[in-house]
Write a protein of this length. Structure first.
Lengths: 609, 382
C-alpha cells in the first residue's frame, strides 16, 4: 500500500469517525437495535425517519423488509470523553439484493452482527458474516433478545465460537427491546471498528446506494475513500466514463444537509444533474475528471437480472401506460431491466428482468398499485445459455425463444449454492424436497445444539419457483435459507409446451429438466383445468415435449348458464347482471377462442411437488 | 300496445329460505295498513285501459278471499279493458291456504287465471324449500279451481333444489302433469345474496346441484312438457295452446306496465322505475301522499334496444326483425352483426325468416347469448 497523506487536523477528525452497518438474519432485531442506537444517541427515532424516508415505500414495509434507507450519522459521546460520528449504513434485508448489501459493506469498516439469543445462527447470519469477512470488516457479534424466556446466550456463544471463529468474550449480550446492552454496542463500535483511512489526493468515492428525486434527479450515496468532493467538482463515473459536475454535496444529519465538502472517510450524498439511476450505478467509483484515479474501487459489477418474466397489459390499449410506468420505475430501480416483446397469446408487452423473485413481485405490485395497471405476468424464468449445433451461444430469457431441439447442442442453467439451517427432525423432509428440486448435497454439518447446516447445489430455476415456501411448510417454519449464484452448469433440459384447443400457447411454455417434464406437464395440465372456467365449447389442454403429448385434460363445455326469471321487476337487475358478467369476461385473456384467467399464466408457480 | 297492471301483496304465512322478493310474515294489522296504503297509491293514479292484471307476492291469498276480491273489483274498474279486447286477471296463490269457496269469490271478482306456487311434489324437497303444502292440497286446489270455473291454471316448479335428482324431478313433473293444468313455469333455483340459502351454499356448496345436473333437469322439463303437448314459449315457461301468460308476454315484448305496492316495478314512456322495498317507507309515503321512494332510469338508444332484444330472445318467437326496426329504429341484423355471427357460429342463435331466436342450446346458455347482445357496443366510427 502506498503512503498515506493526511493533515493533522483532519486526522483527529477522522479518528473520530466510524462507518458501520448492522447485519442480521430476518427478525433477529435489526430494526429494533437501529432504533435504540438512534434513541440513545438522541438522534431522531427510526420510526419518524421511516416516515420521512420511506413514505413511498409501503410495499417494503408491508413485507417487513427495507430495500433502501438512507444512512444516518449518530453523534455519540463516548466514555473516553470524545464525541464520535458514527455513520450507520443500512443494508437491504433480502437475498435478492445481496449485491447492494455487498456495496454497503464495502462502504464500512465495521459490522454489527445481530444473532437472536433464542434462535441462534441462521442461514442469513452465516451469509452476512461471510460477506462482511470478505470485505475485511471488523465484526461485532451482538446476541440480542436475551430477555426472551427461550434465550440461551451460552449456547449461541458456542455456535459463534464454532461457526464464526470468534471469541466468546467478543459477544455483547443485548436486548434491544428492553434497552439492555445498547451502550456496550456503541462503545464496541468506537473501540473495535477502525477509523477510515485513505489518500488525501486522488478522489475515489464509492457509490453504495442511490435514490431518484423527481425534482433533483439522482441523489447518490457515497463513501469517500480517497480525496474530497465539493460542489463544482467535475467528476467521472468510472464504470460509464461519463463526466458530471457536482452541484451539491451533503451529509445525513439525519436529514440531508448540504456541506461545503465531503472528505476521505465521509459518508454523504452528491447531486449532479444525473438524470437516471442507470447513469451512475451502485458500486461505481467516482473520481475527479481532471486527474482520474488509475484503478477503480474493487467489486463493481453491473446488476445482473436473475429472473425474467413477461409483463403484459390485460387490455392491449394500456401498452403505452405500461411502458411509461416501467420507465418511471426504472428511474428509481437501476436493477430493473425491460425490453419490448410480443406474444402470440398476449400481444404486446415487455420482457422484464429482476434480481430475484421478491424484486419481481415488488415491481409487479407497484405497477398494479401505484400505476393502476391490470397486468398479466407469465411464469418466471431464469436465463439459460444455449449452445447451438453450429457452435453459436445464445442466452434465452424467454422459453418461447428456445430454438428447436434439433439445433441445440447443449443447454446450461444457473446454479446456486443454498445454505439451509434446520432442526435435525426435518432433515429427511428437506432431503426429499431438495431432491425433487434437483439439488445435490455438498455439505452437512451439525451444530452443538443439534441443528444441521445443509449445503446444496441446485438449479436457480428450482429455487425461484416456490422453494422457500415449500421449505418453510415442510419444516414448520424452522428452517432458514440463503443462497448465492455460483455459475452455469449443463442440464438435460427441454421445453414443455402447453396447447389449448390444439394451439400452442407461447406464454404458457417453460423450460424444465427432462426427468421432471412429464410429471410437471401433467401437474400443470391439471392445474389449468382447475383454473380455466368452463366455456361454451370443450377446451382440451395438452402438455407436449418436442411435439409429443405427455398429458391431456379437458375442460368440458358449460351446459347451462341461464337466469330463470325475467319479469317486470327483474329486467333492470338482469341487464346489470349481464353487464357484470361481461366485465368478468373482459378480465380474462382471449387466446384463440379460449378465455383464460390471469392466474393461468402463473399456474406453473402453483404446482405442488 | 297493451298495458299490464301488477299489484304486489307482500305478506306470506311463512318465509321461504330461498326467496328474494319483497315479502314479510303475515300480520293482520300490518297487512290491513298495507292494503290502505296500496289503495291510497291507486287512488292517486289516473285510470287507464289495461289488458292484464296480475296480483303477485308474497302470497296474495294470505288475505281473505273477500278482501282480495274487493281489491280486484276496484282494480277492474280503475283499469278497464280496451273495448273488444281479451282480459286476463291472474292471482298467485299458495295451495295450502286455500279454503273452500275462495275461488268462487275470485271468479265472481273476475279472476280467470291462477298461478299456484307448488315448487315440488317430493316431501323432502318441499321441506328443504321451507314450504308446508302436501301433494293432496295441491290436487285439491286444482280441483276446486276447475270447479269454480277458472279457465287457466298455471303451476310453478323449481329444479336444482338441494338433494334433488333427475328421478325426483321427473316425479314432480309427472305428478304435475297428472293434475292436468294448462301452464307451467319451471325455474332453475337461483341463490340470491342475502337469503338463508346464500349462507347455506357458502357454508356447504356441495349440497347444491352443479350446473351439469341443472342442465339435465332443465332438459328433462323441456322434453317431458313438450311431449305432453306444452309449447316452450319462454325460457322458463310452457303453455298448452291458448294458455300463454299474456301479462308476462307483455314484459318480454318490452311492453309497458304499471306496478303498485312495495317493491313494484313500472315501465312507462321509456322509464323503468321501481318502488322502495322498505315497507314502512312505502306505507308512510303512500298514506301521506308524497312521492314513493325508489329508483328510476330512462332508457334510450342502444340500451333500450339492447334490453328489448335481451327480453325478446327469451321467447320462442325471438326478435321480430321488422317490428324491432320499427320500434327501436335499429336494424337488428346489421347493428349486432358481429355478435350474431359469433352466436350463430357457436350454435346459440338462428335466423329464421324475419325472426332471430335462440336454439335449444341457446336457451341453456341464454346468459351468454343475451349478455353478448345487451352489452354489445358498436365500435366508434372513425
Amino acid at each position: 500500500m502506498s503512503q498515506i497523506h493526511v493533515d493533522p487536523h483532519r486526522l483527529t477528525v477522522m479518528q473520530q469517525v466510524r462507518n458501520f452497518c448492522i447485519i442480521a438474519h430476518i427478525d433477529h432485531g435489526k430494526t429494533t437495535l437501529s432504533d435504540r442506537l438512534l434513541e440513545v444517541t438522541k438522534t431522531i427515532a427510526l420510526r419518524e425517519m421511516e416516515d420521512q424516508v420511506l413514505d413511498a415505500m409501503d410495499l417494503e414495509r408491508e413485507r417487513g423488509i427495507t430495500i433502501k434507507m438512507h444512512p444516518v450519522t449518530l453523534d455519540y459521546l463516548a466514555q473516553d470523553g470524545k464525541t464520535y460520528a458514527l455513520n450507520l449504513i443500512d443494508t437491504p434485508g433480502h437475498v435478492d439484493f445481496s449485491y447492494e448489501v455487498s456495496r454497503s459493506l464495502a462502504a464500512c469498516e465495521g459490522a454489527v452482527l445481530i444473532i437472536d439469543a433464542a434462535q441462534g445462527i441462521e442461514a442469513q447470519t452465516l451469509a452476512n458474516y461471510h460477506l462482511a469477512l470478505e470485505h475485511g470488516l471488523t465484526i461485532i457479534p451482538v446476541i440480542n433478545k436475551i430477555d426472551l424466556p427461550a434465550a440461551d446466550p451460552d449456547r449461541v456463544m458456542g455456535e459463534i465460537e464454532e461457526l464464526l471463529v470468534m471469541e466468546r468474550n467478543e459477544c455483547i449480550l443485548a436486548s434491544a427491546k428492553n434497552g439492555i446492552g445498547i451502550e456496550d454496542v456503541l462503545e464496541a463500535i468506537v473501540a473495535r471498528v477502525p477509523p477510515p483511512r485513505g489518500h488525501r489526493e486522488h478522489l475515489r468515492a464509492l457509490v453504495f446506494n442511490a435514490q431518484f428525486d423527481p425534482y433533483r434527479g439522482v441523489v447518490s450515496y457515497v463513501r469517500v475513500v480517497d480525496g474530497q468532493l465539493r460542489p463544482g467538482t467535475k467528476f467521472m463515473s468510472m464504470a460509464h466514463e461519463r463526466v458530471y459536475e457536482c452541484t451539491e454535496v451533503g451529509k445525513f444529519a439525519p436529514q440531508m444537509r448540504p456541506v461545503d465538502r465531503l472528505e476521505l472517510g465521509d459518508v454523504g450524498y452528491i447531486i449532479a444533474n444525473v438524470k437516471s439511476l442507470g447513469d451512475i450505478d451502485v458500486g461505481d467509483t467516482i473520481t475527479e475528471a481532471a486527474k482520474p484515479a488509475h484503478v477503480p474501487l474493487p467489486g463493481y459489477r453491473r446488476a445482473v437480472p436473475m429472473v425474467y418474466c413477461g409483463l403484459y397489459p390485460n387490455d392491449g390499449d394500456e401498452y403505452g401506460d405500461l411502458r411509461d410506468a416501467l420507465e418511471k420505475l426504472k428511474l428509481n430501480d437501476a436493477a430493473l431491466v425491460y425490453e419490448p416483446e410480443s406474444s402470440v397469446a398476449l400481444g404486446f408487452g415487455f420482457r422484464c428482468g429482476f434480481l430475484g423473485l421478491l424484486h419481481m413481485e415488488i415491481v409487479q405490485e407497484r405497477l398494479e398499485r401505484d400505476y393502476n395497471l391490470d397486468l398479466i405476468a407469465t411464469s418466471p424464468s431464469v436465463v439459460f445459455r444455449v449452445t447451438k449445433t453450429d457452435g453459436a451461444i445464445e442466452t434465452i430469457d424467454n422459453p418461447s425463444k428456445l430454438p428447436a431441439m434439433t439445433y441445440i447442442r447443449s443447454i446450461e442453467e444457473p446454479y446456486v449454492k443454498s445454505t439451509i439451517i434446520t432442526p435435525p427432525e426435518y432433515v429427511g423432509a428437506i432431503m426429499d424436497l431438495t431432491q425433487s428440486r434437483r439439488g445435490t448435497l455438498a455439505n452437512m454439518e451439525y451444530l452443538h445444539d443439534g441443528r444441521v447446516i445443509l449445503t446444496y447445489e441446485m438449479p436457480l430455476v428450482e429455487v425461484i419457483v416456490d422453494f422457500f415456501d415449500a421449505l418453510k411448510s415442510r419444516t414448520k417454519g424452522y428452517a432458514s435459507l440463503d443462497y448465492e449464484v455460483i455459475g452455469y452448469r449443463e442440464g438435460d433440459l427441454v421445453k414443455l409446451e402447453i396447447l389449448l384447443n390444439g394451439e400452442p400457447v407461447d406464454a404458457l411454455s417453460f423450460i424444465v429438466a427432462r426427468e421432471k417434464a412429464a410429471h410437471r406437464g401433467r401437474a400443470l395440465a391439471e392445474k389449468l383445468k382447475e383454473l380455466i372456467p368452463r366455456q361454451m365449447f370443450e377446451v382440451p389442454i395438452q402438455a407436449a415435449i418436442g411435439g409429443k403429448v405427455v398429458a391431456r385434460e379437458t375442460v368440458s363445455a358449460i351446459r347451462k348458464n341461464v337466469l330463470a326469471k325475467c319479469y317486470g321487476g327483474d329486467i333492470t337487475r338482469k341487464r346489470k347482471l349481464l353487464e357484470k358478467q361481461k366485465v368478468g369476461k373482459e378480465r380474462m385473456k382471449r387466446v384463440g377462442k379460449v378465455e383464460l384467467p390471469q392466474e393461468a399464466f402463473m399456474a406453473v408457480l402453483r404446482l405442488d411437488d | 300496445m297493451h298495458l299490464g297492471v301488477y299489484v304486489h301483496l307482500p305478506f306470506c304465512p311463512y318465509i321461504c329460505p330461498y326467496c328474494d322478493f319483497a315479502k314479510w310474515p303475515m300480520r293482520a294489522r300490518r297487512a290491513a295498513e298495507y292494503l290502505d296504503a296500496l289503495r291510497a297509491e291507486l287512488a292517486r293514479t289516473p285510470g287507464v285501459e289495461a289488458a292484464t292484471i296480475f296480483l303477485g307476492g308474497g302470497t296474495p291469498n294470505s288475505y281473505p278471499a273477500q278482501t282480495l276480491s274487493a281489491l280486484i273489483v276496484d282494480l277492474r274498474a280503475q283499469f278497464p279493458p280496451a273495448p273488444g279486447s281479451l282480459r286476463e286477471i291472474t292471482v298467485d296463490i299458495n295451495p295450502e291456504l286455500v279454503v273452500p269457496g275462495d275461488f268462487d269469490a275470485y271468479v265472481a271478482a273476475g279472476v280467470n287465471r291462477l298461478s299456484i306456487g307448488v315448487q315440488s311434489f317430493v316431501p323432502g324437497e318441499i321441506r328443504t324449500l321451507g314450504r308446508k303444502h302436501t301433494a293432496a292440497q295441491v290436487a285439491a286446489a286444482v280441483e276446486q279451481a276447475r270447479a269454480a270455473g277458472i279457465g287457466s291454471i298455471s303451476m310453478d316448479l323449481i329444479f336444482g333444489v338441494p338433494g334433488q335428482t333427475q328421478a325426483s324431478w321427473e316425479a314432480s313433473l309427472d305428478e304435475a302433469l297428472r293434475l292436468g293444468v294448462d301452464h307451467f313455469s319451471t325455474y332453475g333455483l337461483t341463490v340470491e345474496e342475502g337469503t338463508p340459502y346464500f349462507r347455506w351454499r357458502r357454508a356447504e356448496p356441495a349440497a347444491f346441484c352443479d350446473s351439469d345436473l341443472e342442465a339435465d333437469l332443465y332438459a328433462a322439463a323441456i322434453d317431458r312438457l313438450e311431449a305432453a303437448g306444452f309449447e316452450h314459449y319462454e325460457i322458463s315457461n310452457f303453455a298448452k295452446p291458448g294458455h300463454r301468460a299474456r301479462h308476462n308476454c307483455n314484459y318480454w315484448r318490452n311492453g309497458e306496465y304499471l306496478g303498485f305496492g312495495v317493491g313494484a316495478a313500472s315501465y312507462r314512456d321509456g322509464v323503468r322505475s321501481v318502488h322502495t322495498r322498505n315497507l314502512s317507507a312505502y306505507i308512510s309515503a303512500a298514506m301521506n301522499g308524497s312521492a314513493i321512494p325508489g329508483e328510476s332510469e330512462r332508457l334510450e338508444g342502444a340500451r333500450r334496444a339492447g334490453e328489448a332484444a335481451m327480453l325478446a330472445l327469451r321467447t320462442e318467437q325471438g326478435v321480430d326483425l321488422p317490428e324491432f326496426k320499427e320500434r327501436y329504429g335499429v336494424d337488428f341484423l346489421a347493428y349486432y352483426a358481429p355478435v350474431i355471427e359469433g352466436l350463430r357460429a357457436a350454435g346459440l342463435l338462428v335466423i329464421e325468416g324475419a325472426c332471430v331466436r335462440l336454439t335449444r342450446r341457446g336457451r341453456f346458455l341464454a346468459n351468454d347469448a343475451c349478455g353478448a347482445v345487451v352489452t354489445f357496443e358498436q365500435p366508434a366510427e372513425t
